[in-house]
Design a protein around this ligand. Structure first.
Ligand code: GRF
Length: 198
C-alpha cells in the first residue's frame, strides 16, 4: 500500500481528484495518509477533514526562522512515513533537505506543458495569463518529479488542452484543471502505486 502525503496551499481541487480516485478505485493500492498545508485557511484542509484524512497546518508564519519552518515540515512528513509526496498547488519553496531526503519520490502538478510557462513566477492564474498573452493554441498540464529547481524535474505525464477563442485566464484555468490536471495527477499516482513511472 503506497503511503501518500499531499501538500497543499489553496482550494484543493487536485487533492479532491486524488481523494475521489482512491474512493472510486481508479487509484488502487494507495492511501492518502496525510494532508499538510502552509495555510490554515486552505479549503483543501476541509476536503481532507470531510474525507477522514488527517490534516495539518505547518505555516512559515509560526516560525521566526525559515530553517525552523523547514525542520517542522520535515518532522511532520517523517512522522507520516510517506512513500510518495504530492505537491498539489503547494506554493512554498521546497527545502533542499526535503528533496534530498525524498529524492525521486516527490511529484508536482504544473498547469502548463513544461517547458512552456514554468519556473519562477509562473503559478496559478499567472501561467494562463502568460499562455493567452503568447497566443498559444494548445496548453495543458504536466506531472513531473520535483528536484532542487523550479518545475525542472523529470516529466512523467502531460495532457494537452485546447485554448479557445475568447478564453479568459479563469476560463482557461478551469478547462486545464478539468481536462488535464484532475486526469493526469490521479493517473500518475495510480501508476506509481503499481510500480510504474518512477
Ligand atoms: C492548480 O492550478 C495547480 O496546477 C497549481 O496550483 C493550482 C492548485 O489548485 N499547481 P488546487 O488547490 O488543487 O485547486
Amino acid at each position: 500500500m503506497l503511503r501518500v502525503v499531499v501538500l497543499v496551499s489553496g482550494g484543493g481541487t487536485n487533492l479532491q481528484a486524488l481523494i475521489d480516485g482512491v474512493q472510486s478505485g481508479r487509484i488502487e493500492d494507495a492511501q492518502i495518509v496525510g494532508v499538510i498545508s502552509n495555510n490554515a485557511g486552505a479549503f483543501a484542509l476541509e476536503r481532507a477533514r470531510r474525507a477522514g484524512i488527517p490534516g495539518f497546518c505547518v505555516s512559515p508564519k509560526e516560525y521566526a526562522e525559515r530553517a525552523e519552518f523547514h525542520r517542522a515540515l520535515l518532522e511532520k512528513l517523517a512522522g507520516l512515513e510517506p512513500d510518495l509526496i504530492v505537491l498539489a498547488g503547494f506554493l512554498v519553496n521546497i527545502p533542499p533537505e526535503m528533496v534530498q531526503t525524498y529524492r525521486g519520490r516527490i511529484i508536482n502538478i504544473h498547469p502548463s506543458l513544461i517547458p512552456s510557462f514554468c519556473g519562477k513566477g509562473y503559478y496559478g492564474l499567472k501561467v494562463h495569463e502568460a499562455a493567452l498573452a503568447r497566443g498559444v493554441k494548445v496548453t495543458g498540464a504536466t506531472v513531473h518529479v520535483v528536484d532542487e529547481g523550479t518545475d525542472t524535474g523529470r516529466i512523467l505525464l502531460q495532457k494537452a488542452v485546447e485554448v479557445k477563442e475568447g478564453d479568459t485566464p479563469e476560463i482557461l484555468q478551469r478547462r486545464v484543471m478539468e481536462e488535464a490536471e484532475w486526469q493526469i495527477l490521479p493517473e500518475a499516482v495510480a501508476r506509481i502505486a503499481k510500480g510504474e513511472l518512477l
